[in-house]
Design a binder for this molecule. Structure first.
Ligand SMILES: *Cc1c(COP(=O)(O)O)cnc(C)c1O
Length: 456
């Protein structure tokens, strides 16, 4: 076991990390900068501050400082539900009859039911510190909107959530949690915004998409005094906040001298995966240790495995900056799929660069096999996992079964990002054997790639 670590993880008396870790500081090939869609020049801090909170813009643009102190106000909030449990899945190991050791880091033990609260509370804090009235955002499956409404109510900020219309209709209970925390929730596309109205004119029956809800939330933030837009994944600042997951895991594993061989996470916009792997990736980048990192995505929305590494819009309305990332094209609307948190067309630019440089592997898995894994896990480990998280479970089980064949005693770590209590319609479909596995055709993808912005 390699005792040398690149930096010391500073812990408080509760074994909570006191700093976030910025993986970009240790990357030789930095992620490409966000571009202004008008000028195609890198976005400046000034430009970004029209949309985002000031201090978050500084975090977004900083690719040199490795550590950021976590403000006390945020640490205090974290302590209500952190450190989150790092669990050895003894019962799953036994059921699989595998020599592998399986660990998972469980982020579902807060009311929002996912890791998203880790960044929501940070973003709300900086908005409050800047003296803003409130923030706007989009939500797909509803986890991010829930997390943000909790964070905003804690800091007494207004919170306007644009919720993808299909989810708004299919997940009425999520909406009530958000409203209980004081957020206003509007189905998107709506006729409150110019961009929503335009999308409705073109597609009157659309169920909406994340990209479209982002466009609406950005419009509302930039046209209302005292508001900024916040985003729950994809951005560098979100990966920074989510590094708390990996730092806690690394500190705990170091303490017990456990070294994971394989680290697995589901990948929607990349924030939980980026957060979980960051301190381990830091070691790998410095040549101090080696790990296999595996990103798991749905076969219905395969940004890494079938996407293009190109500059693209982060939203459908094409109002956001261009980001260089693995993308299916901002026009790509994935088929209905029950892992709403993984239905985004793009991917974090940091993870995209790391994937491009060969530091991360990716696999795409089909929905039914994901729910089979979820069921297997729920029956032995007790936790009802979110469909998104179950993508990581599926691949952790596959890797453990490979160990059974080869007899290797690998240590497998995966991120269990949340609970599935609001996904029971999906579980019902699975239990009734009505679940389908839609995979886009090459032609579907090509149609969308043809519309990627052409930068000469
Ligand atoms: C949002 C979400 C994800 C995916 O988002 P990332 O930014 O890729 O982490 C995964 N799991 C759960 C439970 C989520 O809510």
């Amino acid at each position: 076991m390699n005792k040398e670590i690149p930096y010391k993880i500073y812990l408080d008396e509760n074994e909570m990390p006191k700093q976030w870790y910025n993986i970009r500081a240790d990357m030789k090939n930095k992620p490409a900068p966000l571009l202004n869609p008008g000028t195609l020049k890198p976005m400046t801090a000034d430009e970004l501050e029209h949309v985002f909170c000031k201090e978050l813009v500084q975090q977004e643009l900083n690719d040199t400082d490795a550590f950021f102190d976590i403000p006390d106000e945020i640490l205090r909030f974290y302590k209500m539900y952190r450190p989150s449990p790092l669990v050895r899945a003894y019962c799953l190991e036994e059921r699989l009859q595998t020599p592998a050791k399986i660990y998972y880091k469980f982020e579902g033990n807060n009311t929002s039911g996912s890791h998203k609260l880790n960044s929501a509370i940070a973003q709300a804090y900086y908005a409050k510190k800047q003296g803003l009235k409130g923030v706007t955002t989009e939500t797909g499956a509803g986890q991010w909107g829930t997390a943000l409404s909790m964070a905003c109510s804690y800091f007494e900020l207004d919170c306007k959530v644009y919720m993808v219309k299909v989810s708004y209709e299919q997940k009425p209970f999520r909406r009530e949690v958000m409203r209980t925390y004081g957020a206003s929730v509007t189905p998107s596309p709506s006729n409150h915004t110019a961009v929503g109205q335009k999308i409705l004119d073109e597609h009157p029956n659309t169920g909406g998409s994340l990209g479209c809800a982002i466009s609406e939330a950005v419009e509302v933030a930039t046209t209302n005094d005292g508001y900024r837009y916040v985003l729950g994944s994809v951005l560098n600042q979100v990966l920074l906040h989510q590094s708390i997951i990996g730092l806690e895991t690394k500190a705990a594993m170091d303490k017990y001298e456990i070294k994971p061989d394989i680290i697995i996470g589901c990948a929607g916009g990349g924030s939980n995966l980026g957060g979980l792997i960051s301190p381990f990736m830091g070691e790998k980048l410095k040549g101090l240790a080696d790990y296999d990192f595996i990103a798991v995505e749905p076969a219905s929305c395969p940004s890494f495995t079938r996407g293009k590494f190109a500059y693209d819009f982060c939203d459908t309305g094409m109002v956001c900056p261009l980001s260089k990332m693995y993308t299916l094209g901002s026009n790509f609307i994935p088929s209905a799929n029950h892992a709403g948190g993984l239905r985004y067309h793009g991917m974090s630019s940091t993870l995209s660069q790391l994937y491009h440089d060969g530091f991360i592997k990716a696999v795409a898995v089909e929905q039914t096999s994901v729910f089979e894994a979820a069921q297997k896990f729920a029956r032995v480990e007790g936790i009802l996992p979110a469909p998104e998280s179950s993508h990581a479970i599926k691949v952790a089980i596959d890797e453990a079964l490979k160990c059974k064949e080869t007899g290797e005693e690998k240590t497998i770590l995966f991120g269990l990002t949340g609970t599935g209590y609001f996904d029971l319609m999906a579980y019902r479909k699975f239990n009734d054997k009505e679940m389908s596995d839609y995979i886009p055709t090459d032609e579907d993808l090509q149609n969308s790639f043809d519309k990627l912005p052409k930068l000469s």
